[in-house]
Design a protein around this ligand. Structure first.
Ligand code: CP
Length: 323
């Protein structure tokens, strides 16, 4: 956890303890159930979204989260429309943004960029994805989705399938899940996109069960959750390798027929070809519900980092209800 001048930032999912995560998810559940109670709590507050890399879900869900909390939003959606195109550093940009906004969500193609920003910031910074490193709010989304659908964050076998080498959502999710009990990992990837050695070494050291396989068909009947990922063109140095690997896995109805009726399919999205569209109507397909959980958890996160407690909620509600 980076804390500067009593500011709290989010750089990795590990910045929250398991107890803090429970409170964050409880709040997200409450927001989902009682959205009107939260509709004015951020009045007068501004979120800046500084996105140096493309995004649909993360940027729009952050912006929606702040708007649904009664706040406002400023920002840029690509580096070329910001002064980064004139050579401005991330450190200078965040100092400028700190003069305008109360909280910032930043996505950047370089690993560690959000951490550089946090060190210079006058406002809480949320890492909305830094290169192949971390994507903590996707992990919060994934954890809330699993908690809601599976009923708890313990005692399940999860298959992670696709690009396990460059996939920052996968790396963040593994780190987050090892703090819960009874989790077994099945890593499903082509040899070229295996999960990095430092992760398998960490799992061995902690005696956390895992296996690595190439064929999805062999393991799909054993899974409680299947987390599909996209092979990311933008992380490859070589177009030939990308073309060779991009369609290595395609989850279709036929493959899904071997899975348990209770197995949920998650995907951080965007999807390309790795899940056939005809799977979308299967009750086990949970990836669009996952997007909705992402909104609630980001609303909860904004309240937490701005230190807006239940007192503020009650106060805001009273003020709002007064004539
Ligand atoms: N899951 C995710 O990060 O999606 P975007 O790239 O669209 O934000």
């Amino acid at each position: 956890m980076i804390e500067t001048n009593a500011l709290r930032h989010l750089m990795t999912p590990m910045d929250f303890s398991v107890d803090e995560l429970e409170r964050l998810f409880d709040k997200a559940d409450d927001i989902a159930l009682h959205p009107a109670q939260y509709a004015h709590i951020c009045e007068g507050r501004i979120l800046a979204t500084c996105f140096y890399e493309p995004s649909t879900r993360t940027r729009l869900s952050f912006e929606t989260a702040m708007l649904r909390l009664g706040g406002q939003v400023i920002g840029f959606a690509d580096a070329s429309s910001s002064s980064a195109s004139k050579g401005e550093s991330v450190a200078d940009t965040i100092r400028v943004v700190s003069c305008f906004a109360d909280i910032c969500a930043m996505r950047h193609p370089k690993e560690g960029a959000a951490m550089v920003a946090a060190a210079r910031s006058g406002i809480p910074v949320i890492n909305a994805g830094d290169g192949g490193h971390e994507h903590p709010t996707q992990t919060l989304t994934d954890l809330l989705t699993i908690r809601s659908l599976h009923g708890s964050l313990s005692d399940f076998t999860i298959g992670l399938c696709g690009d396990l080498k460059f996939g920052r959502t996968v790396h963040s999710l593994i780190h987050a899940l090892i703090r819960y009990k009874g989790i077994r990992f099945v890593f499903i990837s082509p040899p070229e996109l295996r999960v990095p050695d430092y992760i398998t070494e960490m799992l061995r050291n902690k005696n956390i069960p895992f296996e690595e396989v190439i064929r999805l068909d062999d393991v799909i009947p054993d899974l409680d959750l299947l987390y599909m990922t996209r092979v990311q063109r933008e992380r490859f140095f070589n177009e030939e390798d990308y073309v060779r690997l991009k369609d290595f896995y395609i989850l279709d109805k036929e493959k899904l027929s071997r899975a348990r009726e209770s197995m949920y399919i998650l995907h951080p999205l965007p999807r390309v070809n790795e899940i056939a569209v005809d799977v979308d109507n299967d009750p086990r397909a949970a990836y669009f519900r996952q997007v909705q959980y992402g909104l609630f958890v980001r609303m909860s996160l904004i309240l937490t980092l701005l230190d807006l407690t239940d007192d503020h909620i009650n106060h805001g509600l009273l003020k709002w209800q007064s004539p």
